[in-house]
Design a protein around this ligand. Structure first.
Ligand code: SF4
Length: 507
């Protein structure tokens, strides 16, 4: 009996278990997606009934399950990864010049330009250190990269010259897919963009940008300390389009101080005129006890829960009427955007970068607090670097003289049971559907028997028409589309009292 089969058997599940998970493409599916075929329906009473705190499932198990990294494990994970699996690289650039009061990111506020130059040297050392351990596919001299993302913080805190240096160095270490096949993206703060930065990025090979907007209303902008004009956003977006960036994303937030359904509606309509390819509309979670920056926001300036719901409902209606496809958790895309196409074709995935079309990649994170997700033949690991800049840098320094020192300090080793539940959760969030036959084939179980308790728990949601279930599978219905996380939470084995107050509300 294999390790997989042993761990999947439990009292409810007496059938013979076979490990049949494809290691490099765990969510591959031959069917199309239900999610792309149905508009979400906004039902206030239902949302109020089910709205509770829950994870965003950029991974399963979630980051709350991290434990300290045993010595030697990261080296072992990198050395034993499947050499043929392509890579997705993530670089975390933590610096920002100004503090946005809603911020919940790992960032460092500084005006010292030299900070990024010093940091870049640590990133380069980290890449060299990890790269030495990675096996290369047969017939190739370097590991293949299909995706690269720079996030933050503010990635353009790096000067254009530093960006060129980083990109040039990476080309010496990895084999990148051609620009029209790979996915190379960067988060941009439109206020922090040099005259030539977009052009430099495009010339290097970046083909996607994501612009942080949040709101166009001046009162809201002042209240969150992030002021810019609509014209600035439009100019950056138009320049990116003229330069040939394939896909442009804008981020908005609902639930900010002084926002009303009327002001947000105005912002959304103005944004639609700019015609971004993708839109993320995040729910502001006010957790001042956890995020110091948010203590600058007064409770009394926040919109009421009823107004927040109205804002969400209006935004969904306005965006879908304008032709955007609702992808899932906060995300919308034009029907011809590759995210929407991937969803229609049943090829959408979800990882630490949110929804993605590159689900077959191992994710390698670099920089303070960055997260990696790496599979080998038997299991998958989630690793996180130190979240403190000085500690991260000390770690990279130590690694120079002692090759066994590695940057990650936390790890989750996922079991086959986790991967089964991850498969179910990600299918619900990407495609609004679980096909029992598909699950049975991939994991060698009888899904109905295995998940009998979860199926019973879903009874109320079925009565409320959030989902539909039969012997073939579980389908999320239009009324349940905005509550996909709640459906997914039923399959989360870790979601107990221990984590009760660690997540924000689903809506
Ligand atoms: S929201 Fe973004 S730009 Fe603003 S402080 Fe946080 S990381 Fe920096």
């Amino acid at each position: 009996m294999t390790e997989y089969s042993e761990s999947l058997i439990n009292d409810q599940q007496p059938t013979t278990v076979r490990p049949v998970v494809e290691p490099n493409n765990p969510y591959a599916s031959t069917r199309g997606s239900l999610a792309s075929k149905q508009l979400p329906s906004f039902d206030e009473a239902i949302i109020n009934k089910y709205n509770r705190s829950g994870p965003r499932y950029t991974s399963y198990p979630t980051a709350l399950e991290f434990s300290p990294m045993p010595e030697g494990l990261e080296t072992d994970i990198l050395q034993n990864r499947e050499a043929r699996a392509p890579l997705s690289l993530y670089f975390h650039i933590p610096f920002c010049r100004h503090l946005c009061y809603y911020c919940a990111c790992n960032k460092i506020i500084t005006k010292k330009n030299s900070d990024s130059g010093d940091y870049l040297q640590y990133l380069i050392k980290e890449v060299q250190h990890k790269r030495r351990l990675l096996a290369v596919p047969e017939g190739s001299s370097k590991p293949l990269v299909k995706q690269l993302h720079l996030g933050g913080g503010t990635p353009t805190f790096l000067s254009d010259e530093e960006m060129v240096q980083l990109w040039g160095f990476l080309q010496t270490q990895f084999e990148f897919l051609l620009e029209d096949q790979g996915d190379y993206s960067i988060e941009i703060d439109p206020r922090e963009l040099g005259d030539n930065t977009l052009k430099t990025l495009r010339n290097l090979g970046f083909n996607r940008v994501s612009l942080g907007v949040q709101d166009l209303d001046e009162t809201v902008q002042i209240a969150v300390n992030r002021v810019h004009s609509a014209e600035l956003i439009e100019n950056v977006l138009n320049e990116a389009r003229d330069l040939g960036f394939h896909s442009i994303n804008l981020d908005l937030i609902y639930g900010l101080p002084h926002q009303t359904p009327v002001t947000l509606d105005k912002t959304v309509r103005r944004i639609i005129e700019m015609s971004p390819d993708r839109l993320s509309v995040f729910n502001y979670a006010h957790l001042p006890e956890r995020f110091k920056a948010q203590r600058q926001i007064k409770d009394e300036d926040l919109p009421s829960p009823a107004d927040k719901l109205k804002m969400l409902g209006n935004t969904i209606n306005t965006l879908t009427e304008a032709g955007y496809q609702y992808i899932g958790i906060d995300h919308f895309a034009k029907p011809d955007d590759e995210l929407a196409v991937a969803q229609r074709e049943g090829k959408l995935h979800r990882n630490f970068q949110g929804y993605t079309i590159m689900g077959d990649c191992d994710l390698l994170g670099f920089g303070v607090s960055s997260i990696s997700q790496i599979a080998n033949a038997n299991t998958r690991y989630i690793l996180q670097n130190n979240t403190d800049l000085q500690a991260y840098q000390a770690n990279i320094e130590a690694a120079q003289s002692n090759p066994t020192v590695m940057p990650a300090v936390k790890v989750i080793k996922t079991s086959i049971k986790d991967r089964l539940r991850e498969y179910v959760i990600m299918n619900l969030l990407c495609h609004d559907y679980i096909d029992f036959k598909d699950v049975n084939q991939k994991f060698g179980i009888d899904a109905i028997t295995y998940f009998i308790e979860e199926i019973e728990q879903l009874g109320d949601m079925q009565k409320d028409k959030l989902i539909d279930m039969d012997a073939a599978g579980i389908r999320v219905l239009p009324k349940g589309r905005l509550l996909g996380r709640n459906v997914a939470m039923v399959f989360d084995e870790y979601l107990d009292k221990k984590h009760k107050n660690r997540f924000s509300k689903v809506i």
